[in-house]
Design a protein around this ligand. Structure first.
Ligand code: ATP
Length: 369
């Protein structure tokens, strides 16, 4: 049976081979939050997880110094020699056209065919009056973010290209997830006006809906969906969307969790085209307005690391990190964006203070699934 549960993507991995991760801290707050994810990797290793990682320098500083964004040779080494990427953020006001960001992050997303961008959104502390458990499945490689178009005097064109294989892969993953989780699936679209691109989304959605009679699935106009999401977030389960709408819906959903600083994401390639199958990164960008000031919240990055562990089949470590974040917040640890005064590193330490130590007090090590 096909599996829609996050964490089955590495099924069949060679357990004796170390998991190899490339770390790209990037720009702005990226390196600051990555510094708080690193101890989570060390911690997993201290519990016996076979993991190797190395850092790559690509980002604005490197581009400004060398004119190099992501060299093809390095891209190929990551694609064929790593299992996943842990990514901070890219974007720098000194490069206003965002060229380096495109050639690093979009190149990785598109070149590795990381079609599915998974953005879960649930309360970080228990006991909310109106609980919600939303999972956005955002197509990650095409749509209006394919960067094709032109600017002429008095006229500008952005193309939105949607291809059936990518749309099908994203929707199939969303249907499987809704089935396995036993929740509803909503497709966000505007096929009433975007007749071609979103018409394709709607057609594939209806075809898969007929094949998954056990999933309560409905298409919904994206504007009405956003209104309903604000009014009643608890009414939604999995939400599938193209690249653009998925970006908007997941940033809005991040607000339910506490803001941009706390939302995690994991992108993966369900069709397993290369060795490198996944990229974990916080939902936020490089946040130049707060970079270098110790103000960045590391929670989104740390929770993205937990998603990566789950993807690797390391469920116990994923759960331990997620519950450490909740316990730290319940204990009152807060960065400025959450109304507190802790700096990035202190927030990271507060979270790690709730991680079980190595094997001794450890949570049971389950076998890789
Ligand atoms: P991108 O398009 O690359 O996603 P963006 O333009 O959406 O970037 P962000 O860099 O995500 O912008 O920043 C949006 C807002 O969220 C800014 O005010 C920023 O300071 C805040 N923010 C982003 N990341 C964090 C963080 N880790 N901690 C606290 N605040 C953050």
């Amino acid at each position: 049976m096909e599996c829609g549960t996050i964490g089955c993507e590495m099924g069949g991995a060679d357990l004796d081979k170390p998991v190899r991760l490339a770390l790209i801290p990037g720009d702005g707050v990226g390196p600051e939050v990555m510094a708080e994810a690193l101890p989570c990797l060390e911690w997993a290793r201290s519990r016996g997880r076979n993991i190797e990682f190395f850092s790559l320098p690509f980002g604005a500083e490197h581009y400004l110094a060398t004119s190099e964004t992501l060299p093809e040779g390095v891209f190929a080494d990551v694609r064929d020699g790593c299992d996943a990427i842990l990514f901070g953020a890219v974007g720098d006001p000194r490069i206003p056209d965002g060229r380096h960001a495109e050639e690093i992050l979009l190149r990785l997303r598109q070149g590795l065919e990381l079609t599915v961008n998974f953005r879960p959104c649930r309360p970080l502390v228990a006991g909310l009056d109106a609980p919600f458990d939303i999972e956005v499945f955002r197509e990650n490689t095409e749509g209006p973010y394919c960067l094709q178009g032109s600017t002429e005097p008095g006229r500008a064109v952005d193309l939105a290209i949607h291809t059936e294989p990518a749309v099908r892969r994203l929707l199939q993953a969303a249907f499987l997830r809704a089935r396995d989780k036993g929740c509803s699936l909503t497709l966000a679209h505007k096929a009433n006006v975007l007749k071609h691109g979103h018409g394709l989304w709607l057609r594939v959605f209806e075809e898969l809906r007929a094949r998954h009679p056990g999933v309560t699935a409905r298409p919904m106009h994206a504007d009405a969906l956003l209104c309903a999401l604000v009014q009643k977030p608890g009414a939604f389960g999995v939400i599938a969307a193209d690249n653009y709408l998925g970006d908007l819906i997941s940033d809005l959903s991040a607000a339910f969790m506490g803001g941009m600083g706390v939302a995690p994401s994991l992108s993966w390639a369900p069709h397993r085209p290369f060795r490198c199958l996944a990229l974990a990164e916080p939902v936020h960008g490089s946040a130049p307005d707060i970079a270098g000031k110790g103000l960045a919240n590391p929670v989104g990055m740390v929770l993205s690391t937990a998603l990566l562990f789950r993807h690797l089949g390391w469920e116990a470590e994923a759960v331990a990190i997620e519950s450490s974040v909740s316990k730290a917040l319940e204990d009152g640890a807060r960065t400025l964006d959450l109304g507190g005064s802790l700096e990035t590193a202190a927030m990271g330490r507060a979270i790690r203070g709730f991680l079980p130590l190595g094997h001794q007090q450890g949570i049971p090590m389950e076998k890789h699934s």
